[in-house]
Design a protein around this ligand. Structure first.
Ligand code: CA
Length: 430
């Protein structure tokens, strides 16, 4: 009896008390400062700042988070995450692993045997194992995909708030703030084989840590997004391709617009940030306006970001490719009708990564890139791209057709590099 009494006292303490540092300043009602990037355009971004007291929540588990999110409702609300919330849990908080989701006889060995390109060919997978994979994936999606509605602020309390395994979706919503949160390991138990991707075929994982889809006026600040817990480079190679468990860290697609991403950290991941997901999505023209400033991209293979259509201001970001990077493809991806205005960004890379490796273009025509530091030395990314591109890429011009007007003070790349190293990511709001 005594043991049980102590345990419930501890549980009570955990539910009623928050760490001391969380009491320092309540960031829940903060709004995006004026002029701070594209999300400051027009009415600005206030998230849930107008919430009444009945719609301010502190949550400590998935069930509490789901209740507070209220199915993605538009009611102004402020949701504070305390400690670690794991999306892969049942309604009683019990941990769910991939075996718990698997249904219909799904078995990876059988899946691989069924769709081996040497016997199956290049048709889309179909039949019992693909049906079982889809049914199993639907069971995981029902737990990990969490809709965030309009007029919502989602923040971490203190310096240690983590949301694990979740895919947050701001889908068709507006006026949303996500801050001070470690969004970790949006792990797909059931990746799909896509035979026609990239010539050889490729594995497609389902979940972005944060997906803005048709979302407007969104401020992402002091967020850390990574695969921490399960690195794709530790996954096996199946059908000659890395068995990827993760999709994007932060994807901004389908007509999303007016987004500011600041002081955030994107790390340990392959495809970090996609802005515009299709060359034929002409509805994205005039939209996908995004500002990225004072962010850190560390150990990211590609898409930091890759842009289609949007006017994207990329300033004062810090890029680090670690010495032991197994793979690095590019940082800035210049795709169809993109208008990237990059200034005063700092890159630190090991010897095998050259300045010419930082920019890649597909169907892009222009890139503004000034004030760039490469391992401490000033470089002209545009000149280097045009001089050393692979030959299949056409030359880019410097005229992207716009000049950013909404931004805070722009530091030198050297100063930004130092301050971002110290201040970007969750748990670092001063
Ligand atoms: Ca995605």
């Amino acid at each position: 009896m005594r043991v049980r009494h102590l345990a419930s006292a501890a549980a009570l303490l955990g539910a009623l008390c928050v760490p001391a540092q969380a009491q320092a300043r309540d960031i829940g009602r903060d709004t995006l400062p004026a002029h701070d990037g594209w999300a400051a355009h027009g009415t600005g971004t206030t998230g849930g700042a107008a919430a009444d007291d009945a719609h301010v929540y502190t949550v400590t588990d998935r069930a509490g988070l789901v209740r507070a999110l209220d199915g993605g409702s538009d009611t102004p609300k402020i949701i504070k995450i305390a400690g670690t919330v794991d999306a892969n849990t049942d309604d009683d908080g019990g941990r769910l692993d991939c075996a718990d989701y698997a249904t219909g006889g799904y078995d990876l060995k059988k899946y691989l045997a069924a769709y081996d390109p040497r016997t199956w060919g290049t048709a889309r997978p179909s039949g019992p194992q693909e049906e079982a994979r889809r049914a199993s994936a639907a069971r995981q999606a029902e737990r990990v995909e969490l809709a965030v509605g309009s007029h919502t602020t989602l923040v971490g309390l203190g310096s240690s708030a983590v949301l694990k395994g979740a895919s947050l979706r701001v889908d068709g919503a507006h006026n949303v703030i996500v801050r001070n949160l470690d969004l970790r390991d949006a792990y797909d138990c059931f990746p799909a084989w896509q035979p026609n991707t990239g010539g050889l075929g490729d594995w497609k994982a389902a979940y972005d840590n944060l997906w803005l889809r048709g979302a407007t006026h969104v401020w992402v600040d002091h967020v850390t997004a990574s695969d921490r817990g399960h690195l794709d480079e530790d996954e096996p190679s199946c059908f000659g391709r890395n068995y990827l468990r993760h999709d994007g860290l932060l994807d901004i697609t389908n007509g999303s617009d007016l987004v500011t991403v600041s002081w955030s950290r994107f790390a340990d991941h392959d495809k970090a940030m996609l802005i515009g997901n299709s060359d034929t999505a002409t509805g994205d023209r005039g939209r996908l306006r995004v500002t990225l400033h004072h962010n850190e991209f560390e150990a990211v293979v590609q898409r930091a970001p890759r842009v289609r259509f949007g006017q994207v201001h990329v300033y004062n970001n810090r890029y680090v490719v670690p010495d032991d990077a197994h793979d690095h493809r590019y940082a800035l991806g210049v795709s169809t009708e993109s208008a990237v205005h990059a200034e005063n960004n700092a890159f630190t890379t090991p010897g095998h990564v050259e300045a010419a490796d930082l920019v890649k273009s597909w169907n892009g025509t222009a890139l503004h890139a000034t004030g760039t530091l490469f391992n401490g030395y000033p470089v002209d990314l545009l000149d280097i791209h045009n001089a050393y591109n692979s030959g299949s890429e056409r030359d880019l011009t410097a005229d992207v057709g716009w000049t950013p007007a909404l931004h805070g003070p722009i530091d030198s790349a050297r100063q930004a590099d130092r301050e971002v190293a110290r201040g970007a990511g969750a748990g670092r709001i001063r």
